[in-house]
Design a protein around this ligand. Sequence first.
Ligand SMILES: [Zn+2]
Ligand SMILES: [Zn+2]
Length: 194
Amino acid sequence: MSNRIIQIILVPLTSYGVLEFTDNLSNYIRDILTTVGISVDTIVWPDVIKPTMKCFNWERVQYHAACIIENIKGIFQLIGLVGKSYIIGIGYLDGFEYGLNFVFGEADPQSRVAVVFTKRLKPEFYGEPINYNLYFERLVKEVIHELGHLLGLQHCLNTRCVMKFSNSIIEVDEKDFTFCENCKAILRSKLSQD
Ligand SMILES: [Zn+2]
Ligand SMILES: [Zn+2]
């Protein structure tokens, strides 16, 4: 099987809650994708790209996920990276999508752009003590989840699989940060078709 190399760009949407974790995050992404035969070249975008306030909903006090994806897409289209790289915006923000109270993230596989919101990944959000390891673990899970969507995976019913849809932080904690055997097989077959 041929080894494919993909470029992943991690785009900090805030410095807080993101920049201190990007090096470790890049390592985890590399290790997890290696298990399905994908080699990655991860770049941390050197600038913090603050999302436009046009995406902020003042009534909900949350950012609209699809709007942020469009925002990131617009910026990276200008430099010709959309469609070539896998772009994931990460921000210590709270995000929503219509029909849902909140989302941990959202992905647009067509443009290969995704967003991950980390405010609800912090134990402090639930009145629990600061725990950087737990926050980082949750961050890895949500980034790998959105990356899985960008690579063409759908939600998985296996509660341990990273592709399980998480409706609450409990469900995030229940799942692993890797793909189940079934999702791995789907990814491998997708790769061999390309
Ligand atoms: Zn999902
Ligand atoms: Zn799965």
